[in-house]
Design a protein around this ligand. Sequence first.
Ligand code: AMP
Length: 177
Amino acid sequence: MPVDLKSLIRTIPDYPKPGIMFRDITTLIENPYGFREAIERSASFHRGMGITHVAGIEARGFIFGAAVAISLGVGFVPIRKRGKLPGETIGQNYALEYGVDTIEMHADAVDKGDHVLLVDDLIATGGTAIAAVQLLRRTGAEISHSSFVIDLPELGGADKLRALDVDVHTLVSFEGH
Ligand code: AMP
C-alpha cells in the first residue's frame, strides 16, 4: 500500500503567529513508513543524475537532506544560520518579512565540478532556497536540482527557483499559506 504522505503532515493553525497554517513534518518523520517513503521518493528521482553532494538548510532540511544523502551515497553539506559553523564561511543575506537574515556554509564544502542537490522540508516564498542557491553557486558548484517535501504553490517560490534554472521536485502540496 502506498503511504499517503499528505495525511501524515499535521497542520497547526496560527503558529508561529496568527494567520499562518504551519505544516508540521514531525508527524511524518515519526512514522517509519512515511519517513522512508519521503526519502526514497526524493532519492530515487535524483539517482543517476551525477549528484555529488546534498545541501540541507537548517534545521528541518538537515533531517531530510542527510537521509537523502545517505540513500544517494553522497556527502551532506549543512547550510546554517549565521555564526554556527566553525570554519571559514561564506554567507548570503536574504530578506525576511521584517529585516534581513543570513545563511552560511563552509567555503571549502563544495567546489567547481561538484553537482549539488538542495533539500529543505518546505518551499513557500522561496526566499531561503534562493539564497541557498546563490550561496552554493558562488563556490562554482552546479546547482540545478532541489527537493522539498512540501510545496505551497500559491506563494510562488517553486516558480522563482525554476526561473533560476533549478528543477524543483516536491512530494505534497497545500493550498494557501
Ligand atoms: P520561504 O523562504 O518563504 O520559502 O520559507 C521556507 C522556510 O520557512 C522553510 O525552511 C520552512 O521550514 C519554513 N516555512 C515557511 N512557511 C511554512 C509553513 N506554512 N509551515 C511550516 N514551515 C514553513
